[in-house]
Design a protein around this ligand. Structure first.
Ligand code: RIB
Ligand code: CA
Length: 296
């Protein structure tokens, strides 16, 4: 089966680590062309260093291109240390890799790869959408070149950074608005399904016995840090590995930007005028099978 060329746009980040682990491990399914980094869970310099260290931990040679150091209209707030630890990776120590980031910024790296794989490139976005919006604004031809975006973001129910906004949408609602208006097909994997996909140690330990010991220990540390809570970003990419992990419905999705209280809310209208497929149900055993498959 032909591999899917993908770019993962990420702010590692504990659950981003699990998403990258799947993207790096399923090399029979993915041709991971680049990792692009964004702030959110931590500052972009930190998430970029983390991404370089993670790629090296999995012994892969994948370019890491640094992204925006602020959102479209405002700077970063101080990261919420208790969610991802001070180093962004549950304060787990992984070997530091001296490799530098790619010479291209994230938005130009996305455009470069999209030109190599027109109509084939899939963007897996698991961070605020600033880089994607900047890429679309600077390279409008991307609207025709990108096959689809698989996004951890939004919700058909409540948010998590406010009652209305999920973090990847709410941190840069204006960027999200540009992306949802772009016409690029989107698979939206929101909190309404990811919150139903916990990853506790009692599931992880028995299925990860064959995993590289350092990777396994790092993942155990992260799972403990998050007390078995969902690894949201891993659920999104899992749907590319096994399409039956998630059930999607077509919908029109818009992003609230003007109303300050509701800013970042994803307004989902199930209809034929759909710009998005919205995940509405998860098959937990199939998701766990995808996690298990990473370990062999
Ligand atoms: O709301 C969850 C999302 O925000 C995940 O991508 C997590 O890594 C954080 O960035
Ligand atoms: Ca993330």
């Amino acid at each position: 089966m032909k591999k899917i060329p993908i770019i993962i746009d990420t702010d590692p980040g504990i659950d981003d680590f699990f998403c990258l682990a799947l993207g790096l491990s399923y090399s029979d399914i993915f041709d991971l062309k680049a990792v692009t980094t964004m702030g959110g869970n931590n500052y972009t310099e930190i998430t970029t260093a983390n991404a370089i260290d993670i790629v090296s931990l999995f012994k892969k040679e994948v370019p890491v291109a640094m992204g925006a150091k602020r959102y479209l209209r405002e700077g970063f707030e101080e990261p919420v240390w208790q969610h991802h630890g001070h180093n962004g990776l549950a304060d787990a120590e992984i070997p530091h890799c001296e490799r530098s980031a790619d010479p291209l910024p994230a938005w130009d790296k996305i455009a470069q790869v999209a030109k190599e794989y027109p109509g084939e490139l899939v963007l897996v976005t698991v961070a605020p959408l600033t880089n994607i919006a900047l890429a679309i604004e600077k390279h409008p031809e991307l609207k025709q070149e990108i096959r689809k975006i698989v996004m951890m973001g939004g919700s058909t129910e409540e948010g998590n950074i406010t009652p209305y906004a999920e973090a990847n949408i709410g941190h840069d609602a204006w960027a999200a608005d540009i992306v949802f208006r772009s016409g690029i097909p989107i698979d939206m994997v929101g909190l309404n399904v990811t919150l139903k996909c916990p990853l506790p140690r009692e599931v992880f330990d028995p299925i990860s016995k064959d995993l590289d010991p350092l990777i396994r220990q790092t993942m155990k540390t992260m799972i403990d840090f998050r007390k078995g809570e969902p690894m949201h970003d891993a659920v999104a990419i899992a749907s590319l590995i096994d399409e039956d992990v998630l059930e999607f419905l077509p919908a029109e999705v818009t992003v609230e930007t003007e109303n300050e209280e509701r800013r970042g809310q994803t307004i989902v209208k199930e209809n034929s005028g759909a710009n998005t497929r919205v995940a509405v149900k998860a098959d937990l055993p199939r998701y766990y099978k995808v996690i298990e498959g990473m370990c062999h």
